[in-house]
Design a protein around this ligand. Structure first.
Ligand code: FE2
Ligand code: FE2
Length: 300
């Protein structure tokens, strides 16, 4: 009988994620074995399997997010927090098709047409997602184009830069890890999360197009499933780089969340109004200007 597949990836100087096809997954500390022998010190070379690859990828996200402040993990949404999240969603989407196309061209040059084809398909699927965020901002009564032109939330900048940098590398396989991280987190959003946001929006405003499509209700679930199957089919050296980048992207994303979510509603409102050069079109005393609640998690 064939041996069940075990995959492992070293993500920090002393932590490896180890996963079995059967579903077991654990973090292995390099110094944590008897007699100092680390069976995972040598990079894996075998084939992948869906059952183990998904656990490596999700293990990388969990490890990257281990440092996020727990109280911030699922804050109650506020309208202004949601506006900031939509601006962030725009900036993390607007360059995605172009960046993925660029990485695809590089893989064609490298003689890896299967990676190029996967990235080209993803570029097609992601086209127009920035426009969903703009439409949502408009549905909230905001001049979306002007707002995004003048405002990139500080916590989102390093994430956008990371993706730009990954896609122009000589061997840009890491962009798959970055995309997986964002899409996997988006796909965790449930109908109840969307309803909470919808309840904050003005009556009749359809301002959750981006959120719906980047949630468990939209295309993200399929994107995530397709990515796992594709990554599992790749050689070990590629799977290692993708899992390592999933971890790095999760760290950057978690740091961004910490930074954005620690802002008070008043601080976020100030930032949005500065970018617009005018007060938000809501009446004083409405939900927007009420109290100092924490903001919504930026939409991925
Ligand atoms: Fe998207
Ligand atoms: Fe997607």
């Amino acid at each position: 009988m064939a041996q069940p597949i075990t995959e492992w990836v070293n993500v920090t100087s002393d932590i490896s994620i180890v996963a079995r096809e059967s579903g077991e997954v654990w973090f292995h500390a390099a110094g944590g074995t008897k007699e100092g022998i680390n069976p995972f010190a040598t990079p894996m070379t075998g084939v992948g399997a869906m059952g183990s690859t998904i656990r490596l990828l999700d293990g990388a996200i969990n490890l990257g997010f281990a440092g996020i402040e727990k109280r911030l993990a699922r804050p109650d949404p506020t309208v202004v927090g949601y506006v900031v999240a939509l601006v962030a969603a725009y900036h993390t989407s607007v360059d995605t098709p172009r960046n993925l196309q660029r990485a695809a061209s590089r893989f064609n040059e490298l003689g890896r047409p299967e990676v190029a084809a996967y990235l080209e398909e993803r570029a097609r699927e992601e086209t127009g997602h920035d426009r969903l965020a703009l439409k949502d901002l408009r549905a909230l009564g905001l001049p979306g184009e002007r707002l995004v032109a003048n405002f990139i939330p500080e916590g989102i900048k390093p994430l956008c830069k990371r993706f730009d940098d990954l896609c122009v590398q000589d061997y840009p396989i890491g962009c798959i890890g970055y995309s997986y991280c964002l899409e996997r987190i988006a796909a965790l959003k449930q109908e109840a999360d969307i309803e909470k946001v919808q309840a904050l929006c003005p009556d009749g405003a359809d301002a959750t197009r981006f959120l719906r499509s980047h949630s468990s209700l939209g295309s993200e679930v399929t994107h995530v499933e397709e990515t796992i199957a594709f990554v599992a089919s790749l050689p070990a050296s590629d799977r290692i780089k993708i899992v390592q980048e999933t971890y790095e992207s999760a760290l950057i994303m978690a740091a961004g969340y910490n930074r954005e979510l620690l802002k008070s509603e008043a601080e976020m409102l100030e930032e949005v109004q500065q970018a617009l050069g005018e007060p938000l079109p809501y009446r004083p005393g409405s939900y927007l200007l009420r109290g100092e609640k924490r903001g919504a998690r930026p939409a991925a």
